[in-house]
Design a binder for this molecule. Structure first.
Ligand code: NAD
Ligand code: DAU
Length: 355
């Protein structure tokens, strides 16, 4: 029976993982530690909230004493570490929180695991520390090629630099102390419960209500999109059979230019809701705005290793995933309303209206 500490399990990917872990690992127990920042939302976890193998703890991954209590009381043998500040634009406006949570927080969690699991250099039986990271640590690609696990790190935003720093710490704990760590570097996720500061939910939210759709620069930056459930399945495979000390790249093999993504959403919504007043298609809402500073041009993942070693491949096509996602947001407008309250409006004004 795995006793799993999930960090950041009230966020977008973490909440999807918690549900899948409870469903797929029948003899596991999941303790979800989340400080509930603006990005964490317990509504995302209503389906498991009362499950006998689930417990929620509100707390910060930098709280060393709390971590010690949880490791001991719950006899934790597995960490799946999602908790992070995750939005690039926010890291540009205010990098300090990214260093605190992503670097200091990961360090604190590693120390707690080391203290709990390593006795005389011997790992607690079957312990695993999975660090969930990003393809952004590899930097920006030209028109061709894809990131492999051996691509040199070249982070360019405070967010990706903080994730790169945390990856290096995780790797150091494997090499120095023998902690059973594994790192996953994944491409852009999308799907239900993603906070509407990220491109896809932001565009859906604005396009439903006829607001302008901000596209940075020329709209030709490329991201490799992966449906969130596929990412969580990949992490479950890494937990089941990944080799400690290894890195696994995870990607959707679904490269799209941002403008194409935005146009796809516009067309899906026109079909679902009809055209805007005056028979205007939603593509007419597209507005090119000032580019993100240091905006990485293209990301693409080579996921050969995880496919070959662990038998994982994405199951959802971009087209089906986008249909599901748009439908989910249409059916859960109260969720979006709840998370786009006062603080979100201030953020949106600073990020778009004032630039
Ligand atoms: P998110 O912003 O939706 O959720 C982050 C969660 O962490 C929130 O619930 C928040 O409350 C919690 N949290 C933040 N600081 C904390 C702290 N100090 N202590 C405890 N909890 C804290 O993020 P996401 O998009 O779900 O991303 C999850 C992880 O996956 C991150 O590590 C991110 O770097 C990585 N990742 C994300 C993507 C993506 O496309 N979203 C792709 C690859 C990797
Ligand atoms: O690649 C993985 C990363 O993907 C994760 O590590 C990050 O946590 C996650 O936020 C995401 O980062 P991006 O910066 O790629 O995602 P975002 O949704 O912010 O932007 C996607 C692309 O769309 C990017 O090229 C910037 C552009 N964009 C974004 C927003 C919010 C716009 O053109 N307009 C927008 O309003």
């Amino acid at each position: 029976m795995r006793k799993i500490l999930v960090t950041g399990g009230a966020g977008f990917i973490g909440s999807s993982f918690v549900q899948r872990a409870i469903d797929a690992l029948h003899d596991s127990r999941v303790v979800n530690l989340d400080s509930l920042t603006y990005a964490g939302n317990l509504q995302n976890l209503e389906a498991v909230a009362k499950h006998p193998r689930y417990r929620f703890v509100r707390g910060d991954i930098r709280d060393r004493a709390l971590l010690g209590e949880i490791f001991t009381a719950e006899n934790i043998d597995t960490v799946v570490h999602f908790a992070a500040e995750s939005h690039v634009d926010r890291s540009i406006v205010g990098p300090a929180d990214f260093i605190e949570t992503n670097v200091v927080g990961t360090f604190t969690l590693l120390e707690a695991a080391r203290n709990a699991w390593l006795k005389d250099g011997v790992n607690k039986r079957d312990s695993r520390f999975i660090h969930v990271s990003t393809d952004e640590v590899y930097g920006s690609l030209g028109d061709t090629g894809a990131f492999t696990e051996t691509t040199p790190y070249d982070p360019r935003s405070p967010y990706s630099a903080s994730k790169a720093a945390s990856d290096h710490l995780v790797s150091a704990y494997f090499h120095t102390y023998g902690l059973a760590t594994l790192i996953t570097n994944c491409s852009n996720n999308y799907g239900p419960y993603q906070f509407p500061e990220k491109l896809i939910p932001l565009v859906i939210h604005n396009a439903v209500s006829g607001k302008s759709l901000p596209v940075y620069g020329d709209g030709k930056n490329v991201r490799d999109w992966l449906y969130v459930a596929d990412h969580c399945d990949a992490i479950l495979k890494v937990l089941a059979a990944g080799r400690p000390g290894e890195t696994y790249n995870i990607g959707g093999s679904s490269e799209r230019q941002n403008l194409t993504v935005v146009e796809t959403i516009c067309d899906l919504l026109d079909r679902r809701l009809g055209l805007l007043p005056g028979d205007k298609p939603r593509r007419s809402l597209i507005t090119f705005v000032k580019d993100r500073p240091g905006h990485d041009r293209r990301y693409a993942i080579d996921a050969t290793k995880i496919k070959r070693e662990l038998g994982w491949a994405p199951s959802m096509s971009f087209e089906d995933g986008m249909r599901l996602t748009v439908d989910w947001y249409l059916e859960h407008q109260s969720w979006t309303e709840a998370v786009t309250s006062g603080a979100y409006r201030d953020y949106y004004r600073r990020m778009y209206d004032e630039r």
